[in-house]
Design a protein around this ligand. Structure first.
Ligand code: DLZ
Length: 204
């Protein structure tokens, strides 16, 4: 039976001009690896270039908000320092001057140094016998929401909060004997990042 759940049929957005940052936790690695693969697959299908995807890992989900913040800030700094090289090029004018200074005014590759258009935070929390799960899931959810509102950049919520490992296998699309049952939520996260990254460039 068709399910009512989910984001609906994916509309296709052109992600070829986007730069995307992914931070993933390493706890529950089997699930994380499958979710990361799903995320990267969706980004590739939307045309996001591999060289414009930066992936960083942290030990656990609790570290996600801090790491997302640092990665985004680093991309902003990188972007403004690349801008300085561009300004130097304008001032100096000639390509040979730039070569002597070991500066390049134009990067001919398609690798972007722009700030990220969207970030994706991926983690898997599995409920145990203590309150640990509740504290971390709440702190991380609030932290990520704050970051996207205060940082004015989409932060996709790729945090699975699971009651069992079995649930996780289904949500990573690797349940069952053939390890292909369920739905890989990483696909939705990749699609969400592209949609928000594109819309962010112009809402009206
Ligand atoms: C400590 C811990 C536990 C018990 N469970 C998880 C989990 O299910 N998923 C996860 O991503 N991280 C877990 N962690 C680690 C914390 O997120 C964090 O890395 C440590 O408390 C250090 O700050």
């Amino acid at each position: 039976m068709a399910t009512l759940k989910g984001p609906g049929a994916p509309k296709s957005y052109d992600g070829s001009g986007l730069r995307i940052g992914i931070i993933h936790a390493r706890w529950n690695t089997t699930l994380i690896d499958a979710l990361l693969d799903g995320t990267k697959k969706a980004l590739a299908q939307a045309g996001v270039k591999e060289e414009n995807i930066v992936i960083q890992s942290v030990p656990g989900s609790y570290e996600l908000p801090y790491a997302v913040k640092q990665l985004y800030s680093a991309s902003q700094v990188q972007s403004s320092s690349t801008g300085v090289v561009g300004a130097a090029a304008d001032l100096l004018g000639s390509a040979s001057d730039l070569t002597q200074l070991n500066l390049t005014s134009k990067d001919t590759s398609s690798k972007s140094t722009a700030p990220f258009d969207a970030l994706i935070a991926i983690g898997v929390l599995i409920k145990g016998e203590t309150m640990h799960f509740e504290y971390i899931s709440e702190a991380v959810s609030h932290g990520l929401m704050r970051l996207q509102l205060e940082g004015n950049v989409p932060v996709i919520f790729g945090l699975l909060t699971l009651l069992s490992e079995e649930q996780g296998l289904h949500r990573a699309g690797i349940a069952g004997a053939g390890k292909n049952e369920g739905h890989n939520h990483g696909l939705d996260w990749g699609n969400a990042a592209v949609e928000l990254g594109v819309k962010r460039k112009g809402w009206v």
